[in-house]
Design a protein around this ligand. Sequence first.
Ligand code: ADP
Ligand code: MG
Length: 694
Amino acid sequence: MDLNLKKEIQYLKGVGPNRVKLFKKLGVHTVYDLFYYFPRDWVDRSKIKPINNVKIGEKETVKGRVIAKETKKVRYNFSITSILIRDEKGYISGVFYNQPYMEKIFERGDEVIFYGKVEIYRGNFQMNTPEYEIIKSKRKNIADDDLINVNRIVPIYPLTENITQKQFRKIIKFALDNNLKYIEEYMPEIILNKYNLINLKDAIYNIHYPENFDILEKAKKRLKFDEFFFLQLAYAINRKKIKEKKSEIFNINGPNISQFINILPFKLTNAQNKVIEEIKNDLISGKPMNRLLQGDVGSGKTIVAVFSAILAKDSNKQTAIMVPTEILATQHFNNIKSYLKDTDIKVELLLGGMQKKLREKILNDLKNGKIDLIIGTHSLIQDDVEFNNLGLVIIDEQHRFGVLQRAELIKKGQNPHCLIMTATPIPRTLSLTVYGDTDVSIIDELPPGRKPIKTLLFSNDDIFEIYSFIEQRLKEDAQVYVVYPLIEESEKIDLKSAIKMHKEWSERFKDYNVALLHGQMSKQERDNIMMEFKQKKINILVATTVIEVGIDVPNASVIVIEHAERFGLSQLHQLRGRVGRGQEQSYCILIGDPKTEEGFKRLQIMVRTQNGFEIAEEDLSIRGPGEFMGIKQHGMPEFKIANIIKDREILEISKEAAFSIVERKCDLNHIQKIKLYDIIKVKYNEKFNLLNIS
Ligand code: ADP
Ligand code: MG
C-alpha cells in the first residue's frame, strides 16, 4: 500500500488532537481507514421537495428559512425543541428531544435543510430529529456553502457525538481530493471486465460522493465484491493447499464393505447413496477428503459415517469419530457397535472420566492398531492419544467444535481424510462464507415411512390442556421429553427452573416415572437415565438442552418445549428432531409467549414447516448471521459493506472469480497474483495461516 495512505489522519486538514481521539474510537487511524469508513446512508439533496408536497411517512429532504424556534419543558428532565422553517409553499418543524442547545444552533433567517421522516402532529408537518444542515447564515463560519453538502447526493456517516456530519464530510472530502490518487488498483482487468466492476478509485470516491444513484450502486457492488473476493480467495488457496497434500488411496471394494452391504438393516435412501458415492470419490482421489455432510436430524448420517469407517478398515486405516457430548458418544458407540456386530471391525469408546486402567488399555490398543474405530469426545485430542494409522477423521455435530479442535485431531494422522457432519442445515450463503474451502454433501431426504411431526403452539395459560393431552399420550405408551432452555450465562437459574419443573411434572403425573436430566449431573447419572429412558422405564424426561444433539429414542413421540420464544429456530428444529423417529405419530408442543408480533411469526414458521433448510434460511434472515446457530464459534468473518443475505449474487460471482484464479482457469501473471496475495496475507493470515503461499 502506498505510504501516503498509511499516513495518520492527524496530518489531514481539520483533524486536531481531539479529533484524532474521536476517530480512533471509530476505528479510523489512517487516511486509508478513512476511505474505508463508509456512509450508512445517502440522501438525495438534488431532489429537494417543496414543503407542501412532502408525503407523510416518507423520508424527505426539504429546504427553508428558520422563522421560529422554541423549547418547551415537558417535565423537569425532559424538553422538546422545535425549529420551524418555511419555503414558498409551506411550513415544517424539526423537532429535537432533550437537546435544548439546538435552539442555539439555528438562528432566525438561516437557510437550512432538513432530512427525515415526515410526520403530522396536530395538523402540522414535522420531522423528529431530522438530519439538518445550515446552508446560509448571517453569522460567520456557521453556514456551509461548500457544495459538498447541497444540491447533490450527500453521505450520512455512522457517527458518535462530538462530530457533525458536515465536519466529517469535509474531512473525508479533503482526504479524497488529496490522497485518492494514491489508491492503486489491485484487481486484474480481466476480472473487472468479466464481472462488470468499476475501478477502485472510482468506487471509493463514489461510495462517499456519488454523482448519481447509478454510480453509487456500482461503487457498492465493487466494494462488496472485494470484501467477499478476498475471503473467497483465501478459501480457494487454503483448499488448494489441502488438495496438494497426498493421502492414502482407499480400497473401496474390500471384503468388509462387501460383507456389510449384505447385512445392512435397511435399504439406503437415494440421498444416502449419492453422498456415499461422493465420499468414495474423495477417498480414492489420493488427496485428503475435506467434506461437510449436512443432513437434517434423522436423515441417517450415522450410517454414512459407518460406511466410511469400513472403507478405512478395508484400507488398513483407523477411524476416529469425535462428538461433542458424552451422551452422544455413548449412543453412537452403541448404535455403531450394533451396525457392526457381525463384522471384524473393532470399535471402542473413549471418554473423559474413564477408569485409569481401562483408559490405558484403550490407548495402548489404539497405538498398536488393535482398534479400528474409536468414538469419543474432546478426550480424543488429548496429548497421550496416539494412533497406529489414523486415516479417517469424522466429526459429528461439527458446529460444536472449533476449527482448532478439528485440526488437532487431524494432526494425529498423516493427512487423514476428513468428514465433518452437521444436522444444522446451513443456508448456502453461509456455507460459502464459513465453509468456503470445504466440499459439501447434502442428505435432503428422510428415510421412508416417517410421519411428519405435528407441531402445536400454545401459551403458558394452556398448561392444563397440555397436561391432559400428555396424559392421553402416556396412556398410549408414548414417552415424553420436556425441555427447558438452558442459557449458558445463567446456567444456575435455568437449572433451578428445570429442577422446579421436574417437581411440578412429577406431582402432576404421579402414576408415571418422571426423571430429570441436565448437564451438571455426573456422566454416570446421565447415562443411567438415558438408558432407562431408552428401556422405557422412564415416561417423562425433563431436560435442559443437553438432549439437543443427536439423541435417538424412537419410542419418544412427544416433545414439549417451554419458553420456545427463547430458542433460535434452528435450535427448536434440532430439539424437535428428537421425536418423529419411530412408527407413532409424533408431536412437538411449543409453549411460548412471544412478546412481539415478530416473535410470534417466528414460532409460526415452526408450525408451518419441517424443512430444516427453510427454517435455517428464515432463522438466518431474522436473526442475521451473527446470531445464527453456532456461527459465532466458527469465527464468521466480518464485512463492512457486504451482507451475505442481501448480496448473495455478488458473493457467488466473487467465489467464481477467486476460484478461477487459484485453479488457473483465469491465468494471471506473477505480478497480478502477488498484488492479490499481499492483500490476503494481511487480511486473513491469522484465520488461514497463509504466510507461505506463492
Ligand atoms: P442423524 O442424521 O440425525 O444422525 P441417524 O443416523 O441417527 O440420523 O438416523 C436416524 C434413524 O434412522 C436411526 O434410527 C437409523 O437407524 C435410521 N435410518 C437411517 N437410514 C435409514 C434408512 N435408509 N432407512 C431406514 N432407516 C434409516
Ligand atoms: Mg446424528
